[in-house]
Ligand binder design. Structure first.
Ligand code: GLY
Ligand code: MN
Ligand code: MN
Length: 447
């Protein structure tokens, strides 16, 4: 059985454990850009996770009943459209190639779904994520209810199927980890290329082009998210893109960029000096962020909680803010005060990481949602297990302000790696991107 079929079987088993029913799982809609142009199509991650099928206009229907069934609805073959848009599998081909029990044209949904939903106890569907399909599903349920005099019942309960699937996606299997390692390695090479090419006088977009070159030449379809290439003060704008600012001698360049490969994201940040040499002030803050990142990675292993890495990073960054005078101990008090009161947020305002997978901010709960010991308070943070993948991305961002030591103004630094939880620790999948000051300066000298 392919891993896709095995995942469908696993979901059906979980539906059976909840009394059975029908799951309806659409892929993503195509997004129109203007006149005849569309945005590049990207399938829905969960749909792909269950099928490996990348065409738009497709829906998976899983029946967990007396007889289990795995059904694909997709576009029919169309010789004219295929001349313009390319190959379509068509239902017969797709059923065979993707291992479904049955496949039908997408236009047959309205005719077939009311029959499949008849006498089923429950609907498994992510209501609210696709308004066009929501309306269709309501129509099918209405149609089933009109048959009540014939003794046919409609599903009487609904489950949010995305909760089950998100938990499946949270733990990556070996084939997923292999792709993620490769995606991270390509992105790491792109960061190294950017370091080699960077020099004062270039525009941010020219560095962006180097990243894209490296992604594409290794077969990546597109970046996993909009790349950030931010130089000087731009590095302190968290969601900056790659603009037209010219790299200046003496400034840092922050690059947050990762390719998507075979539907899996990578997400790496490196920060380096435009001229290839860190200044003393840049060195101080860089070593601080690097130490925070090492501490956060050291806190990743089975049994630790998701937030332990963040807490470790915050502790080191906060101490560094006091040591460097970014925070004035006379005003903010001790290290514990800084952490308790959140003063560090002035310079470090985001979390140290997130789940990573098919989506760059991947699915999966961050807390133990089934925990019953928390008595109405926050549920405890998630315990890490082998196969979970996450980013570790501490940073420090210093905007000019009175009272802030001037040598740190406009320095923005983030160091981000992609980490897999292993049986006894953590694997840094993106370790090929130069990270120590010595390695970065050597890469920039091309030595
Ligand atoms: N690039 C998105 C993030 O770092 O979360
Ligand atoms: Mn990132
Ligand atoms: Mn990230």
């Amino acid at each position: 059985m392919s891993s896709y079929a095995a995942r469908r079987a696993s979901l059906i088993a979980q539906m059976q454990a909840r009394g059975g029913g029908v799951a309806i799982l659409p892929t993503a809609p195509e997004v129109h850009r203007n006149s005849d142009a569309e945005y590049p199509y990207r399938h829905d991650s969960t749909f792909y996770y269950l099928s490996g099928f990348v065409e738009p206009e497709a829906v998976i229907v899983l029946v967990a009943g007396k007889k289990n069934q795995s059904i694909l609805f997709c576009r029919e073959k169309n010789s004219e459209r295929e001349i313009w848009e390319g190959f379509r599998h068509g239902p017969d081909n797709a059923r065979e190639a993707f291992g479904f029990d049955a496949a039908f044209p997408i236009d047959a949904l309205d005719a077939i779904l009311p029959k499949l939903l008849a006498d089923q106890p429950a609907l498994f569907y992510a209501l609210g994520s696709n308004s066009a399909l929501d309306a269709q599903v309501q129509g099918w349920l209405k149609k089933v209810r009109t048959q009540s005099r014939a003794g046919i019942t409609a599903p009487s309960s609904a489950h949010d199927v995305s909760g089950l699937l998100n938990e499946m996606r949270l733990i990556k299997d070996d084939s997923e980890l292999a792709i993620m390692r490769r995606a991270a390695t390509i992105s790491a090479e792109a960061h190294a290329r950017a370091m080699r090419m960077a020099k004062p006088g270039l525009h941010e977009y020219q560095i962006d082009a180097e990243l894209l070159h490296e992604f594409r030449r290794h077969g990546s379809d597109f970046p996993a998210y909009t790349s950030i290439v931010a130089t000087g003060a731009n590095a302190c704008v968290l969601h900056y893109r790659a603009g037209a600012t010219v790299l200046q001698d003496g400034d840092l360049v922050l690059i947050d960029a990762g390719c998507e490969l075979d539907s899996y994201a990578s997400d790496i940040t490196r920060t380096f000096p435009a001229n290839g040499r860190f200044t003393p002030a840049q060195t101080t803050l860089y070593e601080l962020v690097l130490a925070a990142q090492h501490a956060a990675i050291a806190a990743i292993r089975p049994g630790q909680r998701f937030m332990d890495g963040h807490d470790a990073a915050v502790r080191i960054l906060s101490q560094g803010m006091l040591d460097t005078g970014l925070l004035d101990a006379n005003k903010v008090g001790t290290l514990d005060d800084v952490i308790t009161n959140g003063d560090y947020r002035h310079f470090y305002m985001h979390r140290t990481g997130h789940w990573l997978g098919m989506d760059v901010h991947d699915v999966g709960e961050y807390r133990e949602v089934n925990d019953t010991t928390s008595e109405g308070g926050d549920k405890p943070w998630r315990i890490l297990h082998p196969g979970m993948t996450l980013t570790v991305e501490p940073g420090i961002y210093v905007r000019p302000a009175p009272g802030i030591p001037e040598q740190y103004w406009n320095i923005g630094i983030r160091i981000e790696d992609d980490v897999a939880v292993t049986a006894d620790g953590a694997e840094v999948m993106s370790s090929a991107a130069p990270k120590t000051i010595a390695d970065i300066e050597a890469m920039m000298r091309n030595t």
